[in-house]
Design a protein around this ligand. Structure first.
Ligand code: RFL
Length: 389
């Protein structure tokens, strides 16, 4: 086997398609069922680097047909709304909103069409001999058979809680962690047509509220909550009450309510990087190598671009015996990921409200006023918001 890819998320599937299309024998191992990966709601907003990578590899048909381009976003502050036309400040670069589960379904189809093999529902995945020329993966198939596969490389694309990174010996990777934030976001997914055509970042004296878009029937909302918050304390009624209050604006605007599609989820804002993204013949990509909070919507985009970079580097090593791209892989991906982390940190400073700190709140007022009135501040925001490009 050329490459075993662990995890059929966006990182793993992009890597697998690019490898399979280059004639490299590829096996994808996925813990969940196909139905689950193709219906699990997560990201929606994809930046230009990710969209370009999908376009380059002919993987953007669904996104082009159904995705919604986004050029502007809206802030609400002191009950006043203002729009930042960020694409205008960034040479026309923009986002596309396309639900991650639809992209995963497109990628699974493209990979199978390229002759790739996926084992869904695997358990007990174990990695071995990572520093040898023939690393091995053993796993139990959905029908209970233990199998062991030797390969030339293993792509660890199994997300933040997967087994790949944990197979690397203690001390081989640096763990670079941000100090814990006092705040988390309560993530809410509702079956309701968005009450807006652009993302809304609402900064209110009660804390931040975000109104994101998924598709014409689905909206995502976020509420800033304490890092120690318990989702069980947030019944639907309390969520809607808080969203109405925090998104309120002195204008003719109504927030439409709808049934919650899944239990709300407390997402902490901590970040961690594992460096380098490679140990011997195991190469990490996407969330397996880091956790960037979803605040600036960077994780899926980074994972897509990591997947492509990984596949091209492995293809160069296998086809041309050229290991230079592989040796550069970690640095290239980390450069992009730290840029995204900086954008995420800046966005959190802009929208999360330090509820008990009047000094910080006055500074936040200044930041938001500058964003509203200064083209330089808007251009700076655009640069972060769309990075990496
Ligand atoms: P994934 O998507 O987690 O996929 C990993 C896959 O590996 C499987 N797996 C295993 N398979 C085999 N053996 C094992 N032992 C395994 N353990 C796990 C899993 O079942 C899964 O299928 O990782 P990947 O590919 O690195 O992609 C990362 C992105 O999913 C993530 O960064 C984004 O979803 C983050 N994110 C967002 N990113 C954006 O770019 N834009 C957004 O708008 C955005 N919104 C979000 C988000 C993440 C969110 N949550 C759920 C934290 C909104 C939310 C609410």
């Amino acid at each position: 086997m050329g490459v075993v890819v662990i995890g059929a998320g966006v990182a793993g599937l992009v890597a697998a398609v690019v490898l399979a299309r280059r004639g490299i024998d590829t096996l994808v191992l996925e813990a969940a069922s196909r139905a689950r990966v193709e219906s699990r709601p997560r990201a929606g907003l994809l930046g230009p680097a990710a969209v370009d990578a999908l376009e380059r590899n002919g993987l953007a048909d669904g996104l082009r047909a159904e995705g919604a381009p986004h050029h502007n976003c809206e802030f609400r502050h002191r009950r006043r709304a203002f729009v930042v036309e960020y694409a205008r400040h960034a040479g026309g670069h923009h986002h596309v909103v396309y639900p991650q589960q639809k992209l995963v379904a497109d990628l699974v189809a493209a990979y199978l069409a390229a002759g790739g093999v996926i084992e869904f529902g695997v358990t007990d995945v174990m990695l071995d001999a990572l520093t040898s020329d023939h690393p091995a993966v053993s796993f139990v198939t959905a029908d209970g058979q233990r199998q062991t596969v030797e390969s030339r490389f293993i792509a660890g694309c199994d997300g933040h809680h997967g087994v790949s990174r944990g197979s690397i010996p203690e001390g081989a990777l640096r763990h670079i962690r941000q100090r814990d934030s006092a705040w988390a976001w309560l993530a809410v997914l509702a079956a309701v047509t968005p009450s807006t055509d652009k993302i809304i970042y609402g900064v209110s004296p009660r804390g931040f509220a975000g109104h994101m878009l998924r598709d014409h029937r689905t909206s995502r909302f976020y509420l800033q909550v304490e890092a120690t918050a318990d989702a069980a304390d947030w019944p639907a009624e309390r969520i809607w009450e808080e969203l109405h209050a925090r998104l309120a604006v002195d204008a003719d605007w109504q927030l439409a309510e709808g049934p919650l599609l899944e239990p709300p989820n407390v997402i902490t804002m901590d970040s961690v990087f594992y460096e380098p993204m490679r140990f011997g013949r195991l190469i990490l990509a996407g969330d397996a190598a880091r956790r960037v909070p979803p605040a600036a919507a960077k994780g899926a985009g980074l994972a897509i671009v990591d997947g492509e970079t990984l596949a091209l580097a492995v293809a160069a090593a296998l086809h041309d015996a050229d290991e230079r791209p592989l040796n550069a892989y970690s640095e290239v991906c980390l450069g992009r990921a730290w840029l995204a982390q900086e954008a995420s940190t800046k966005l959190l400073q802009l929208v999360n409200v330090e509820l008990a700190d009047p000094f910080a709140r006055r500074l936040q007022d200044v930041r938001l006023d500058r964003l509203r009135t200064s083209p330089v501040a808007a251009a700076e925001f655009a640069d972060h918001y769309l990075s990496p490009r």
